[in-house]
Design a protein around this ligand. Structure first.
Ligand code: FPP
Length: 227
């Protein structure tokens, strides 16, 4: 189908509510969320999607209780450990968007290793938004340009200095759990994105739910300001 987006980006929301509904600790929701991440990556690859950006940890998430932050970082390390081999076999490439500042050295080691291991892969690109904030990304781009001595900045200059300039803008942005906000995600890249909101909580997301989002996208007419 030629109406499949090249790049989808997902705000994975609702892990805490999923756990609460089951009287489980929030971390149990994140753990099930990590399983949904794997399922969704597989489903995206099968659909012929070329890039998937996943909002795993925002710059604002540092304000959560330290236990939850530690649990999320630990889960990230474990998932990278257990999944990188499989991703390598399946020809997936990992990229990371975000600031390295404040990330624990163990997490930095794991992501660097996974990024290096999969760098030559030509299949689906999984772009993990980690310690990511879109305003911070724009400030980083502008500061990089200033440091290069630029006195005037074009739109192309900004696009070329985002965290992952080789990743195209997402045609489709999905947010789960019924919230309908962008929450400092891909502000520049989302200029012409289609949005799909679903009440499904992230730990329940799967291939069928992705299909529903892609079906909705396929019916939309993108005019980019034209007629
Ligand atoms: C939102 O749910 C989710 C997050 C803040 C973190 C996303 C993390 C995962 C999906 C698991 C680990 C990720 C990887 C890549 C292995 P919430 O806690 O804000 O839920 P709530 O709004 O219901 O409280």
């Amino acid at each position: 189908m030629n109406n499949v987006p090249q790049h989808i980006a997902i705000i994975m929301d609702g892990n805490g509510r999923w756990a609460k509904a089951r009287h489980l600790p929030r971390l149990a929701g994140h753990r099930e969320g990590a399983n949904a991440v794997k399922r969704t990556i597989e489903a995206a690859a099968q659909q012929g999607i070329r890039f998937i950006t996943l909002y795993a940890f925002s710059t604002e998430n540092w304000s959560r209780p330290q236990d939850e932050i530690n649990g999320l970082m630990d889960l990230l390390c474990k998932t990278l450990d257990s999944y990188t081999g499989e991703a390598q076999q399946k020809n997936y490439r990992l990229l990371v968007s975000g600031s390295r500042a404040k990330l624990p050295p163990t997490v930095l080691e794991k992501i660097d290793k996974a990024v290096q291991t999969t760098a030559q892969n030509t299949g689906l690109t999984v772009n993990l938004a980690l310690n990511y904030g879109a305003r911070q990304e724009l400030v980083h781009a502008v500061n990089t340009l200033l440091a290069q001595g630029k006195s005037e900045i074009s739109m192309d200059d900004i696009s070329a200095h985002l965290y992952q300039p080789t990743v195209p803008d997402p045609e489709l942005i999905i947010r789960t759990s019924g919230e309908e906000r962008l929450s400092n995600f891909l502000l520049w890249q989302a200029a012409y994105s289609e949005f799909y909101f679903t009440p499904v909580l992230w730990p329940d997301f799967n291939a069928q739910e992705l299909q529903k989002a892609l079906d909705a996208y396929a019916t939309r007419t993108r005019r980019f300001g034209g007629v």
